[in-house]
Design a protein around this ligand. Sequence first.
Ligand code: SF4
Ligand code: SF4
Length: 203
Amino acid sequence: MQEPISSPAAPNPLLPIQNGIKGLVEKLSRIKHQVTETVDGSKAIGTGFGITFKHYAEQQLKLKPSLTIQYPEERREQFPRTRWRHALTRYDSGLEKCIGCSLCAGACPARCIYVEAAENTDEHRISPGERHAVRYEINMLRCVFCGYCQDACPTGAIVLRKDFELASYTRNDNLYTKEMLLEPAKSAAVPLDETAVADQAKA
Ligand code: SF4
Ligand code: SF4
């Protein structure tokens, strides 16, 4: 016997309304999210501008000292133990403090110091000791400004000063020679005398 064909289910008349409400809820949710994001973003921008304006007003009204240094016309004060450009120093007599012992080169972790020593003679005296540095070089490209060379030097010959303007245009400019490192004498160099011996004892 043939089965009766069942009749199709009747369409839900409320379905379009339900879909419409669902779409409306999703749209409202998206709008709410966008509004929240806009408000949060505006708050962040307002906070940023507020800080900028506060600092600007403080600067204009001179409530706080300026943090901006007008370099190079103005220089920031450096810390007392700042270590920058090296210098080879002299005694007051004009004699060089360096005795060519190479202890600075041995202490240098970057191996960037080269010292070549030569004997002093009574006719040609450069330093109070037996020897002096006839050649002294520092490769500043390798230097890490640790100051170990200064610490190792027994005579206080090599020191790191506060001159930080070390920029150059060529690699060779960064190879500092003795002539570049040696500070000028305060007075004309004189032969080893009591002043130099006293200076050496003080060092
Ligand atoms: S400061 Fe340090 S790295 Fe530079 S030359 Fe002296 S010991 Fe070497
Ligand atoms: S700078 Fe000092 S440690 Fe270096 S070679 Fe001269 S005396 Fe020796």
